[in-house]
Design a protein around this ligand. Structure first.
Ligand code: MG
Length: 300
């Protein structure tokens, strides 16, 4: 319905609005109420942690106060026994698998099929490992012959319908990740990702936020996380210049207010560089984040 006919039909406006915008949002936790159950669960990508083996990296993560390990997608599902052995008895859980990246919005069906098959294999691995999900960037700048605009969005939804159904079957979950304009024009803001999750309408399709990209694209970290609401199941931690939180002027309280407001209980995971010795600097960064979490007043 265009704007003119909508105005003409304004007598029946309320009914029309209900019909157009009444899509259920089962994952909505955005009512603006303070949720006392939000929790800061810190973790890191495996590559960020010092240690010669995965076991040593997990030991260090525990020593620093982290509980979520994000693993790379290389070598999966072959690495599942190694990963299970490394976290056994430590209390550490697998936060996410990074990543089943695109491009997915490409007209070439065979190439798209290969991407989807790869993502399904990672979803199955995520299910076996009990991971929060598999990170996915639908499209990077400059990645060949990609669609744009509405055709791209429609195709992505078709891809997500297939991945969502597989995710539900194997107990995994896709986590679509907005980037910043230097890396991807297609998906840059959390509210946009949330609307794609809403339209995908599958418990197997969710999203994440990366505080480095968010510093470039979002006007409000709190607002972005509130828009993401219950669709948000992972967060990447990095400073404004993509080093450890606390190593530059990036403040995290605005973001943490948003996470508290939506009752976020999944992991916040380091994806960043490090200035100095990680064995010294990561614990300092975790203490900085814990302090910022305490200071983030979600009633403000
Ligand atoms: Mg990221």
């Amino acid at each position: 319905m265009d704007r003119r006919s909508f105005l003409k039909a304004s007598v029946a406006g309320l009914g029309l609005i209900a019909g157009l915008g009444g899509k259920a949002r089962p994952a909505d936790r955005t009512a603006g109420e303070r949720n006392p159950e939000a929790e800061l669960k810190l973790g890191s990508q495996e590559g960020r942690l010092p240690g010669g083996t995965l076991g040593e990296k997990v030991e260090n993560l525990v020593k620093y106060g982290g509980i979520g390990l994000e693993i790379g997608s290389g070598g999966l599902p072959g690495r599942i026994p190694e990963i299970r052995a490394a976290i056994r008895g430590t209390g550490v859980k697998i936060s996410a698998i990074c990543a089943a990246d695109g491009p997915y919005i490409i007209p070439d069906e065979a190439e798209r099929g290969r991407k989807i098959a790869g993502a399904k294999a990672l979803l199955s691995a995520a299910g076996e490992l009990g991971a929060t999900g598999v990170i996915m960037v639908p499209a990077f700048n400059g990645a060949g012959n990609q669609l744009t605009g509405l055709p791209a969005r429609d195709l992505l939804l078709r891809v997500l319908a297939e991945l969502g159904a597989h995710a539900v079957k194997v107990g995994g979950r896709m986590l679509i990740e907005p980037l910043n304009r230097d890396e991807a024009f297609f998906l840059r803001q959390l509210a946009d990702a949330a609307s794609i999750c809403r339209d995908a309408n599958s418990p197997g399709i969710a999203m994440m936020g990366d505080l480095y990209h968010m510093a470039i694209e979002e006007t409000s970290d709190t607002g972005a996380f509130i828009s993401a609401g219950g669709y948000l199941h992972h967060v990447h931690l990095a400073s404004r210049t993509r080093i450890l939180p606390g190593q530059d002027d990036r403040d995290f309280k605005d973001a943490f207010r948003g996470l508290k407001r939506i009752g976020y209980r999944d992991y916040c995971s380091l994806e960043c560089g490090c200035r100095g010795d990680p064995a010294v600097e990561i614990p300092k960064s975790f203490r900085f984040l814990e302090k910022q979490w305490k200071e983030a007043d979600d009633r403000a």
